[in-house]
Design a protein. Structure first.
Ligand code: BGC
Length: 880
């Protein structure tokens, strides 16, 4: 038996994360038995587990998805833990020892800034002398906008763009780094460089802005060094620190970076540096109460890709094609002479075979590097780009081997993979995965390239289940939902369009604190409902009740807010008929009015989501044992359903809105009067027929359309939408050479021309939510609500004759699940893998003449019948 993936609040060996409570989880593999009988969790202060602070003892009901030891955590402390498991065959295992370490309040450090003009980005340094060799050392630090820290000339971690992006008015994240190995006895030096990031400069829908959250770079830190004899020294940031202007002359999330290596101060973060160019730092007034341990996952260079080719364009440009749209930057070997300026521009697509970047709107996406003549590897520091193509100027002899595309995103394990017999479908899966890689840089963003890159809640919501099959996401969304809850507290429970609410911040700067315009502009249906949908999805996918408890606040606040709007603005009608909504954003059925809004009435969508969010809140209340809330929200949901049906159906059961999206919504949420279900199914099928089996849906309708079609008994229609190769459809994009998911169905026209420059990104993951359908219907891997986190699950694969094989793999929080199928001469052969300690059923989706499970004939034959499966690998041979 192997016990692995020991996670604390969904992170392996976390250091310095915010841990108001503990949820421990692990995965058992290679066990002899099928299920866990007993488990024991030991937590100690030492790696040998001698100083035990918590011992569960052997217990039968410890959940491997969410074990909550009753332990009061001390700050700045490392805990070690181990899991022991016994199974039903008497096999047992002991995990390797894992650890977690708590963060620390900063009590000695002061905020410091450089006494330069506000647009100058500073370097800070501090020489320190240690009398003995350190036994252990930690740097606790926060630097705004963004920082990189060094000790003795070396970066202290492989993280980039810390302290990341949140509403800096509401909280500030401290990172903790183990720097024991960076220090030695004697003289040492700490160096910190600061850039603008999301904090200052411009970000959000503005052309120019000097002050965003603030206008001055500043930092705070404490270096805690412990020696063998347990004595400790603390070196805090204070006015004895020195500062100098950085060689980063300009930096901006949208516009890129200007780096003049001629302006570098030799050895600036090493002891031996000549400090003549440095001046003393000054104190800065910042609210230290906002500081707390981090929640953001580390952002790292997760992959490096090699460029594909150099293109000489008709306009005489030199362009490097990376063959894949990525988010990050380019690292290159600079061999240019002193004083030579090298410039890179980044774009997503070529137009007329030339470089093109007009669809970035005001975002410049540039990198300027001025060489000091030294041959070295170069990369930018405080920016990132969304791109496939890079225009190069200033390098005479471009050698592809000197360039690497660095893919930057929050560190998360990839948990899903899909491969089918259809190469284009495989490419579509990869496009959505690349969309996730490109847009999970600390905040789930709409896009990574134009002057936007914000945490649009609607986009985040529609993609979160796909994302959670693809990657292990709970800690990533935990941070996003924490941000969201703080914003909700400012907005009486409402959820802003983007989280962190930069649009609100800009409103405050432009119009003052009582910016009523902004205050009206939040709480849009299907966007703000992220407040209920993401917590619920996390619970369903990861089965962590303590996380649900934590995020129940988001759900309740949001549900109560809509109810308040209903009472105050909608006549207590149990309908949501107020405000401006995006509704079925970018749907294709309303071109003649406003091409961005679909034809489905916004209040129809709003009222349906009112019902959905309140229903989810009721379910969450029930799971958390909040009886009063459960009753309240259930009752409320019933009222909404009744009001919805009264408002939107004729007496004979005809829906007043007959768009694909409206029909999909009512079928999905069962917002249908008794006896009228078939009528809606028939109408939806007719609507599809009228479009020659093509979708017309936008952000709201698209994610649910294929699931609904499959659930109502028309999987072939879902497959047709998936496999359509012409416009509008997913494979149209693939045929047009897309390497990520486009924002619009027609982002690029058949002649290769970009359809619009106003709002047209080629890396918008929202429509990538079709991948959720692939996992849940093509592979059929679906968690069961009675035991979420795949403790119980169903495998109900829908096959289609147009695809001869599919392999859907998912490393669930209980272990690896595989659902693979291939066409045989008689029917289909399924290969199914079920992990330890789960209960699963394989459900038939077609009637069969014979079913064999691992060579033995089964009595199961009819569609809808189930075969129970426990741990193991199964070959299920179905003859049709
Ligand atoms: C974003 C979207 C977002 C939308 C709101 C756009 O500018 O890029 O993805 O959800 O605005 O309607």
């Amino acid at each position: 038996m192997v016990i692995e993936h020991l996670r604390v609040n969904h992170i392996e060996n976390p250091i310095g994360f915010y841990m108001p409570s503990l949820s421990l989880s692990w995965i058992v593999t290679q066990a002899k038995g099928d299920r866990a009988q007993k488990a024991r969790v030991i937590i100690a202060l030492d790696e040998e587990l001698n100083h035990v602070v918590s011992d569960s003892g052997e217990q039968e009901d410890i959940s491997s998805l969410d074990y909550n030891p009753n332990l009061e955590l001390q700050e700045g402390t490392r805990y070690y833990w181990q899991v022991q498991v016994c199974d039903d065959e008497g096999d047992s295992g002991v995990s390797e020892t894992a650890f977690f370490e708590t963060g620390k309040k900063l009590t000695k450090g002061t905020w410091i800034k450089a006494p330069f003009k506000k647009n100058v980005q500073p370097l800070f340094r501090k020489r320190i002398s240690l009398e003995k060799r350190p036994a252990s050392a930690r740097l606790y630090i926060c630097g705004l906008g963004v920082y990189e820290a060094f000790i003795n000339g070396k970066r202290i971690s492989d993280e980039y763009l810390a302290p990341y992006y949140n509403d800096y008015n509401l909280w500030l994240q401290i990172q903790t780094y183990d720097v024991t190995d960076n220090l030695s006895k004697g003289e040492n030096c700490i160096g910190v460089m600061l850039g603008n990031g999301w904090y200052k400069g411009r970000f959000g829908f503005v052309d120019k802005m000097d002050k965003l959250y603030g206008d001055t770079c500043h930092m705070i830190c404490e270096l805690h060094v412990t020696f063998e004899d347990l004595s400790e020294v603390v070196i805090p940031s204070d006015e004895s620190w020195l500062c100098a202007p950085s060689p980063v002359l300009e930096s901006s999330i949208y516009d890129g970076e200007v780096y003049d290596s001629q302006k570098e101060i030799p050895d600036w973060s090493k002891v031996k540096c000549d400090e003549k160019d440095f001046v003393k730092a000054k104190k800065f007034k910042e609210n230290s109460d906002l500081l707390m341990p981090r929640l953001s996952l580390p952002v790292k260079v997760i992959k490096k890709i090699s460029p594909k080719k150099i293109i000489d364009t008709p306009a005489g440009e030199k362009i490097i094609d990376f063959g894949q749209e990525i988010t990050g930057w380019v690292e290159f070997l600079c061999e240019e002479k002193k004083g030579k300026e090298i410039t890179f521009w980044f774009g997503e697509i070529l137009q007329d075979k030339n470089f093109y970047n007009e669809n970035l709107r005001t975002a410049k996406q540039e990198f300027h590097y001025i060489s000091n003549g030294e041959k070295r590897k170069v990369r930018p520091h405080f920016t990132f780009y969304g791109f496939r193509y890079m225009k190069v100027e200033g390098i005479k002899d471009i050698k592809l081997k000197n360039f690497k595309g660095c893919v930057l995103h929050s560190e998360m394990e990839q948990t899903g993979n899909i491969e089918t017999s259809n190469k284009k479908v495989n490419r579509l899966f990869l496009n959505a995965l690349w969309g996730q890689r490109g847009n999970f840089l600390d905040v789930p963003t709409d896009c990574p390239q134009r002057d936007e890159r914000m945490g649009w809640t609607g986009d985040a919501q529609v993609f979160c289940r796909t994302a959670s099959y693809n990657m292990y996401t709970p800690a990533f969304y935990r941070k996003f939902l924490y941000d969201m809850k703080l914003e909700q507290d400012e907005l009486e429970g409402s959820v802003p369009h983007v989280v962190p609410d930069i649009l609100g911040q800009i409103g405050v700067i432009l119009y003052g604190k009582d910016d009523t315009e902004h205050k009206k502009a939040h709480g849009a249906c299907a966007w703000a409902d992220a407040g209920a949908i993401i917590p619920w999805t996390m619970y369903d996918m990861y089965g962590d009740k303590s996380l649900l408890e934590m995020q129940y606040g988001n759900m309740k606040a949001w549900a109560d807010y809509i109810r308040k709007i209903d009472i105050e603005k909608c006549g207590d009608s149990y309908l949501w008929t107020y405000g401006d909504h995006f509704a079925d954003w970018l749907a294709l059925d309303n071109y003649h009015k406003d091409e961005r809004f679909g034809a489905t009435d916004q209040y129809f969508v709003a009222s349906a989501y009112y019902y959905y969010s309140v229903s989810l809140t009721a379910k969450a209340a029930s799971i958390l044992g909040k009886k009063k809330d459960e009753k309240h929200y259930k009752n409320l949901a019933e009222h909404i359903k009744k009001a919805f049906i009264d408002e939107y159906y004729t007496k004979t059961g005809r829906l007043a809105q007959e768009t694909q999206t409206a029909l999909a919504i009512v079928l999905w949420l069962d917002l249908i009067p008794e006896g009228a279900r078939q009528r809606q199914i028939d109408t939806l099928m007719k609507k599809l027929e009228a479009e020659k089996q093509h979708l017309t849906t936008g952000f709201v309708g698209t994610p649910i359309l294929c699931p609904v079609l499959t659930d109502i008994g028309h999987p072939e229609a879902a497959y047709t939408l998936l496999l359509n190769e012409d416009y509008p459809g997913w494979l149209y994009e693939v045929n047009m050479g897309a390497t990520t998911i486009w924002e619009r169905w027609n982002s690029v026209l058949p002649d290769g021309k970009i359809s619009d420059t106003g709002m047209n990104s080629l890396n918008h993951y929202a429509y990538g939510s079709i991948v959720e359908w692939m996992y849940r219907y093509m592979g059929g891997i679906e968690p069961c609500e009675d035991a979420p986190g795949f403790k119980h699950f169903r495998i109900r694969p829908y096959t289609d004759s147009r695809i001869s094989s599919a392999k859907v793999e998912f490393a669930s929080p209980m272990g690896k699940i595989t659902s693979a199928w291939e066409k045989t001469s008689e029917g289909y052969l399924y290969t199914i893998e079920i992990p330890f300690d789960t209960k699963a059923v394989f459900e038939m989706t077609k009637d069969a003449s014979m079913v064999e499970v691992n060579g033995e004939i089964s009595h199961v034959k009819q569609s809808g019948e189930q075969i129970e499966l426990t741990k193991g690998t199964y070959q299920i041979n179905v003859s049709l």
